[in-house]
Every structure is written in structure tokens, then in C-alpha cells.
Ligand binder design. Structure first.
Ligand SMILES: NC(=O)c1ccc[n+]([C@@H]2O[C@H](COP(=O)([O-])OP(=O)(O)OC[C@H]3O[C@@H](n4cnc5c(N)ncnc54)[C@H](O)[C@@H]3O)[C@@H](O)[C@H]2O)c1
Length: 285
């Protein structure tokens, strides 16, 4: 039975996962190496709780109970000791993920399950960093986590049926729908999304249209809720570029990152989180 969830990484995704975890009734510890990231995560999570009350989606007492279930820490070793499930949401870099999985494997109870929120990487390879590959799985949340309905669950080669069932139940208790698929680079959603987003950058580079025109065409013509540039700014251009590099390496030429995307990342235009990506957010809310 899962009672205590530890979320590692309090960035764009980790803070959202910690919110749905605490709101779903799990005792939750959000861990990061950076104190300032945890402070900014706490502010954002508290404002999501406030908004849920203001919209009558949550009672005041449920909000207070949810907030009381949530704690923040820079000590992964200590947090792992009491965990039933650890969900990793650190940057999409294999060496960072490896270090996290080795640490939690050494300190979490033997019964603890591990999930990675990787967008593209192999849960089988991530599981190989531990001595419990049958308890490791990918739990792919979407941004913004508190609004998006799906958790895409990806089984690694050695993931047990029991682990997949437990993780489906956890996601459902967090208020999510699940789709459980087999491992292949990019799974279902990241593969399609990276391809569309990359193609939009090639179009921009070729001068086909402005970001506004391309986004409008895709939204109104293809009935997408967001344009590819709006989505890239939300996801983070660095995160998108990392995904594409991985898919390019694994699946070939079709996924070669657009040079313009690489240039935006080099310029530090990473999207909403830095105030400027394809669009400029510095004067907007
Ligand atoms: N951004 C998205 O829309 C999105 C969607 C689905 C999945 N993902 C995946 O989720 C993961 C996290 O992405 P993100 O966009 O939230 O990244 P982010 O850069 O916003 O946040 C990463 C956080 O991890 C922390 N961190 C780095 N090293 C750490 C360590 N050793 N221990 C603890 N914390 C550490 C950083 O301080 C930062 O707060 C990635 O694997 C990404 O591919 C991202």
C-alpha cells in the first residue's frame, strides 16, 4: 500500500506532481538540491491549492489537509528512507538520473517502488541502475500536471505486473487517467509532440510564417488546443531540445533538432520559465 511518496526535483514537473500527490491523499515529500527551487515550488503549489478552493474544486479544509501532507527537503537520503514510492523528475540527463536512482536504491526500503517522469528515456536502462528492476517504471505526467488528465505509464523490460498495477492505482488516486504502453524511445506522446514542435521550428526558420501565424493555423485548422510554439514555451525549449537530441540519436534523421531551436536555447530563451522563449512573457502575467 502506498502512503508516502517522495518526488525528486521540484522544477516545472516535480512541483505539479507533488501537488497532485498531496491533493490525492498521499503524504508527500518534495526534494531538490536547490533551496530556492523548493521555495518557488512551495509558492506555486500553495497558489494552485488557493485557486482550487476559489474555483470550488476543493474545500478549505481539504486544502489545509493537503498542504499539511506536503513537506519540502534538500535531503534525498533521509526522505528515501521513509518512502513507499519515489517519483523522479530531475532534468532529462542520464547521468543525473543514474545518480538519483543509485542513491534511492541504496536508502529506500526494499519494498519501495521507483518511477521516472522521463519524457523519452528507457525505463529499462534507468531500472538497471538499481537492484530492483521489477519495481521500476516510467510514470509520464504532462504539463501543467494539475490540469492534464493523462499519466502515460511505460513498462521496462523487467517491470512486474504488480508494479504496473500499483502505479496505475496511484495515478488514479491522483485523479488521472492512465494508458500503459510498452517501451520504445519517445513512447507515444513525446515522439509525436517532439516531431510536431521541431517541424514548427523548421517552418519558422524557413520563413513560412510568424510564430503567431503558425500557432493560429495549427489551433484553428487542426483543432489543437495550443499552438506548437505556445506548447514549446510551456514545456521549456531546453527540455524539448534534450528530447529531440535523444530521439535523433535513437530513431534517426527525422528527429534532427532544428538549428533555430538550438539557437534559442543557446541564447537562454527557454520559454515561460525564463520569461522569454519563442514569445516574450516579461510584460505578461
Ligand atoms: N517540462 C515538461 O513539460 C515535461 C513534461 C513531461 C516530462 N518531463 C520530464 O520531467 C523531468 C523534469 O523536467 P522539468 O521540466 O520539470 O525540469 P526542470 O529543469 O524544470 O526541473 C528539474 C529540477 O530538478 C532539480 N535537480 C537537479 N538535479 C537534482 C538532484 N541531483 N537532486 C534533486 N533535484 C535535482 C533542479 O534543481 C530542478 O529544480 C525531465 O525528465 C523531463 O524530460 C518534462
Amino acid at each position: 500500500m502506498i502512503r508516502h511518496i517522495v518526488v525528486v526535483g521540484s522544477g516545472v514537473m516535480g512541483r505539479g506532481i507533488a501537488y497532485v500527490s498531496a491533493a490525492g491523499g498521499f503524504t508527500t515529500t518534495l526534494v531538490d538540491i536547490k533551496e530556492e527551487q523548493l521555495e518557488s515550488a512551495k509558492k506555486e503549489i500553495d497558489s494552485i491549492f488557493e485557486k482550487a478552493v476559489a474555483l470550488n474544486k476543493m474545500t478549505e479544509s481539504a486544502k489545509l489537509e493537503g498542504q499539511a501532507r506536503l513537506s519540502y527537503s534538500t535531503d534525498l537520503v533521509d526522505a528515501a528512507k521513509g518512502a513507499d514510492l519515489v517519483i523522479e523528475a530531475v532534468p532529462e540527463k542520464l547521468e543525473i538520473k543514474k545518480q538519483i536512482f543509485e542513491t534511492i536504491d541504496a536508502h529506500a526500503p526494499e519494498t519501495c517502488y521507483f518511477a521516472t517522469n522521463t519524457s523519452t528515456m528507457s525505463p529499462t536502462e534507468i531500472a538497471s541502475f538499481t537492484k530492483r528492476p521489477e519495481k521500476v517504471i516510467a510514470m509520464h505526467f504532462f504539463n501543467p500536471v494539475h490540469k492534464m488528465k493523462l499519466v502515460e505509464i511505460i513498462r521496462g523490460l523487467e517491470t512486474s505486473d504488480e508494479t504496473a498495477e500499483v502505479i496505475e492505482q496511484v495515478a488514479e488516486q491522483m485523479g488521472k487517467e492512465t494508458v500503459t504502453v510498452n517501451e520504445f524511445p519517445g513512447f507515444v506522446t513525446s515522439r509525436i509532440s517532439a516531431l510536431i514542435g521541431n517541424e514548427a521550428f523548421y517552418m519558422l526558420q524557413e520563413g513560412v510564417g510568424t510564430p503567431e501565424q503558425i500557432d493560429k493555423a495549427i489551433k484553428l485548422g487542426l483543432n489543437f488546443p495550443m499552438g506548437p510554439f505556445e506548447l514549446a514555451d510551456l514545456v521549456g525549449l531546453d527540455a524539448r531540445l534534450n528530447n529531440l537530441k535523444y530521439l535523433h540519436e535513437k530513431l534517426g534523421e527525422k528527429y534532427r533538432p532544428a538549428p533555430l531551436l538550438e539557437q534559442y536555447v543557446k541564447a537562454g530563451r527557454l520559454g515561460r520559465k525564463t520569461g522569454k522563449g519563442v514569445y516574450d512573457y516579461t510584460n505578461k502575467q
